[in-house]
Structures are given as structure tokens and as C-alpha cells.
Ligand binder design. Structure first.
Ligand code: BTN
Length: 264
């Protein structure tokens, strides 16, 4: 136990999963890792034919985020979970998988009573009373040959002094109390469920919880060029469709800055 926070109990994760019909039961729990995603990628390179497996840890010291950022997971204060899933289990386009993972994690947060939203592509956000959005978790999906490694980071018990930015939050800061074991089990159940969603099913589910579509945004692309316009839709590929002054633009990846809500 560190800072008064208990270590994960692997048996509790399994007993939570036993209450469901989930078959995703191969879960390894570590006290400390550099990155659960890196470990999953390494395990896949040793066993490329692996079925679904999950790796989690109490503490992650070199956690990786999207766009080459870092991700902080102090001991016992968050969830650092990576799940390796054969791509053939998904019913959607491969490039849309990160958005479906967002839907799965968002469902877990909504089931806890949180006012949860998704900032494109898959930042896990909480909408506060003043309609301000705070980031509570993030998702990093990496392709490794015939698998995807789905990395989910969720701030559960981080306190204000432990948060990386002022626009971040944690479950305990919004007064939601849930064990990390039950959250990991719920994430696995929801992930398994979204693998079955085809395009006609996932797009409306995504749009219903998107904090981005319908707003005026400014997107910094990987080339560092900035595009401004109104986010009007997400495509089957997972791309964000922007209406700009020079016409429609499809955004594949980038950092979205929400400028202001658009008028209808
Ligand atoms: C982001 O918002 O930039 C994505 C953050 C993803 C963090 C998770 S924690 C579990 C997994 N292991 C990693 O190294 N990163 C992901």
C-alpha cells in the first residue's frame, strides 16, 4: 500500500467478471510497469497468435499517451489497462477501433452516473455544471500486426496536486467511488460488447456522446498545421469531418481545441 491506496486484487477482478458472461479472463496484474501497452506489444511479438489478453498495473512509470505525450498513473490512483485483441474480432473498420473503444469506456463512466462525453477521437471527458469539459481518461490504440493493443488510462483517485493539468479530473474529485477491480471488469465487458458493433450501430452511439461534433473547432494536425471549422460528423473510418471556409476536410488524427459551441 502506498499513500494509503490499496494494491489491485486480481481475484476481485475475476470475481467481478464471473458475474458477467465475459470470456476475456486472461488478465495479468503487475505492481509496477513502464507501460502496459509496451508490455502487451512485447508479449504479442513473442506470441503473435495470442487470443485476447489484458495487462494492468498499480503503477505505470513511463505511460504513453497519444501524440507522443506522457501519461501519469501513480500507484493505486488510476487504471492503466491494456487489452490485446485480434482485429478479426471487430466488426468495424480498423481505423474506427479507437472511437469504439471510446464508446466502451464512456459507457462505463455513464453507468457510474458521470456526465461523460467523448472529445474526438477518444478523450474521456466529464462535463461539469458550467459545461466545462475536464479530462478524466485517455485511450491509446496501437496496431501490432493482426492485433490491436487497446490502452486505457482512467484517473480514479488522483487528487488535485497529482493531476497533470488544470483541465484534468478524477472520479474521486467528482465524488464517484468505485473499486478499480470493478472498473477493470466493466471496461473488459464493454470492450467485448463494442467489438460486435457494425458501422450503422457505432456511429449514432458515438455521435450521441460526442462533445466535439456540432462545435466550432481548431485542429492541430501532426504536420503542426492548424485547421479551423465546424465539426459536423464522424465517418465510418473514424475520421472527423470539418466544414471549413474552403470546403469539407476529413481529419485523420490531431489535437482538437474546442473554440466555442456552434449556434444551431
Ligand atoms: C491519451 O489521452 O493521450 C492516451 C492515454 C493512454 C494511457 C494508457 S494507460 C494504459 C496504457 N499504457 C500506456 O502506456 N498508455 C495507455
Amino acid at each position: 500500500m502506498k499513500r494509503g491506496r490499496p494494491a489491485l486484487d486480481p481475484d476481485l477482478i475475476l470475481s467481478e467478471l464471473a458475474k458477467t458472461s465475459s470470456k476475456w479472463l486472461d488478465i495479468k496484474v503487475f505492481a509496477q510497469v513502464e507501460s502496459t501497452n509496451d508490455l502487451a506489444v512485447q508479449r504479442l511479438s513473442e506470441k503473435p497468435s495470442a487470443e485476447v489478453f489484458a495487462i494492468t498495473a498499480d503503477e505505470q512509470i513511463k505511460g504513453r499517451g497519444r501524440l507522443q505525450r506522457e501519461w501519469q498513473s501513480p500507484f493505486g490512483a488510476g487504471i492503466a489497462l491494456s487489452v490485446a485483441v485480434p482485429i478479426k474480432l471487430f466488426s468495424c473498420e480498423v481505423s474506427a477501433i479507437p472511437l469504439l473503444v471510446g464508446i466502451a469506456a464512456n459507457n462505463v463512466l455513464k453507468n457510474l452516473g458521470a456526465n461523460a462525453k467523448l472529445k474526438w477521437p477518444n478523450d474521456l471527458m466529464i462535463e461539469t455544471d458550467s459545461e466545462e469539459l475536464k479530462k478524466i481518461g485517455g485511450i491509446l490504440v496501437q496496431r501490432q500486426s493482426e492485433h490491436v493493443v487497446i490502452g486505457i488510462g482512467l484517473n480514479t483517485d488522483l487528487q488535485i496536486d497529482e493531476l497533470p493539468t488544470q483541465i484534468a479530473t478524477s472520479l474521486s474529485l467528482i465524488n464517484i467511488d468505485a473499486s478499480r477491480e470493478s472498473l477493470i471488469a466493466a471496461l473488459l465487458v464493454q470492450l467485448e460488447a463494442v467489438t460486435k458493433l457494425g458501422t450503422n450501430e457505432w456511429v449514432p452511439l458515438y455521435l450521441a456522446v460526442s462533445s466535439t461534433v456540432g462545435t466550432q473547432v481548431s485542429v492541430t494536425r501532426q504536420s503542426q498545421s492548424v485547421v479551423t471549422g465546424k465539426a459536423v460528423n464522424v465517418l465510418e473510418s473514424g475520421e472527423l469531418l470539418l466544414d471549413t471556409e474552403t470546403g469539407p476536410i476529413e481529419i485523420t488524427s490531431g489535437d482538437v481545441l474546442q473554440v466555442r459551441p456552434s449556434q444551431p
